[in-house]
Design a protein around this ligand. Structure first.
Ligand code: SF4
Length: 334
């Protein structure tokens, strides 16, 4: 008998972690996330208002969601971000955010005062020119300064690095060296296929390739394998005598679907039961129809249909960029 305050799929995975994309807009143009010209912007009416978002989030919390992560595009450019964060923090769940940190200095107090402690920051290079070319904007110095500010303030900082062969895979050791002197967790994220990001199988860097570099640089005896947390996606390590750690997130070559507890709500109010699944359920239309009582059954039903692995994609090795049926990364929020 499935308890009515839990969201469980056909493989008995309990889903208690909701990632909410607040906007498809961003102040960067990262090559692996969206085309240079950006994506076709849509009328604001097509997106959840702050009030509608809270109504939907409440239903997820009533169904057992314990953690909400805010994503985007870039969540901190969302108008009325303060009302949204205050509204969500009143739901009594763990609130976290993934940001590019360009505007982080402006919202440090808002985040801290509303209980946000876990902040994931995307930074794909430690070289200013290279970062600015990957993101197609010149915010490197500002982002580095804001990361320093957030560390000082006591946030738990994770640095997300999307590794791309021939682009930034020569910086693995530099990033790990950074995690030795700062209390941060660097996470190397495997490049993943989404709409319009020119992905191909050979452009990703596997866990084995990363660890080969690590062991040859530090020696196996100086690398500690850290215990994985429940439902966690990263395999974590640290170099002996480090203030921080590093992790590897290989959702394609080393999937972690068996313990997946994640659901996504897009900025236009649709549930994605898996990052790679093209199937979506429109909750915003239900809210606007006034049939709030229909939200919970729809949420439960959407997750019940979840595939065991990768949204039903059997092999990424055969996958061609043009065959991808999904959204752009910026309109999912990772
Ligand atoms: S690919 Fe889908 S099922 Fe697998 S971990 Fe990611 S969201 Fe969960």
């Amino acid at each position: 008998m499935i308890p009515d305050n839990q969201i469980i799929d056909g493989f008995s995975r309990v889903h208690d972690y909701l990632r909410i994309s607040l906007t498809e807009r961003c102040n960067l143009r990262c090559t692996y996330c969206m085309p240079e010209e950006g994506i076709q912007l849509r009328d604001r009416k097509e997106f959840m208002s702050g009030e509608e978002l809270i109504v939907i989030a409440k239903k997820f919390v009533e169904l057992g969601v314990k953690k909400i992560r805010l994503t985007g595009g870039e969540p901190l450019i969302k108008k009325n971000i303060d009302q949204i964060i205050q509204g969500l923090s009143n739901l009594g769940v763990e609130l976290a955010i993934t940001t590019n940190a360009v505007l982080l200095d402006r919202y440090i107090d808002l985040l801290w005062d509303n209980g946000v402690r876990n902040v994931n920051i995307s930074l794909d290079s430690l070289k200013a020119d290279r970062f600015n070319s990957i993101s197609r904007r010149n915010y490197f110095d500002r982002i580095k300064k804001n990361i320093g500010l957030a560390i000082q303030h006591g946030f738990n900082i994770k640095i997300n690095v999307v590794l791309m062969r021939g682009v930034n895979d020569d910086e693995i050791i530099d990033f790990i060296e950074w995690s030795r002197i700062e209390p941060i967790q660097v996470r190397f994220i495997e490049f993943m296929p989404f709409d319009e990001n020119n992905w191909d199988w050979n452009s990703k860097v596997s866990q084995k390739e990363i660890m080969d570099q690590v062991y040859s640089n530090y020696g196996t005896e100086n690398i500690i394998r850290l215990e994985d947390e429940k439902n966690k996606i990263a395999r974590n390590y640290m170099v002996t005598e480090s203030r921080g750690s590093f992790g590897i997130i290989s959702s394609i070559t080393n999937p972690f679907c068996d313990t997946c507890n994640r659901i996504r709500l897009t900025a236009d109010g649709k549930i994605k039961n898996c990052l790679f699944s093209p199937n979506e359920t429109d909750l915003l239309a239900v809210v606007r129809s006034g049939k709030i009582e229909d939200l919970k059954p729809l949420i439960i039903d959407s997750v019940k249909k979840k595939k065991k692995y990768h949204g039903g994609i059997d092999s990424f090795e055969e996958l061609k960029s043009d065959d991808i049926v999904n959204r752009t990364m910026v309109s999912i929020g990772g």
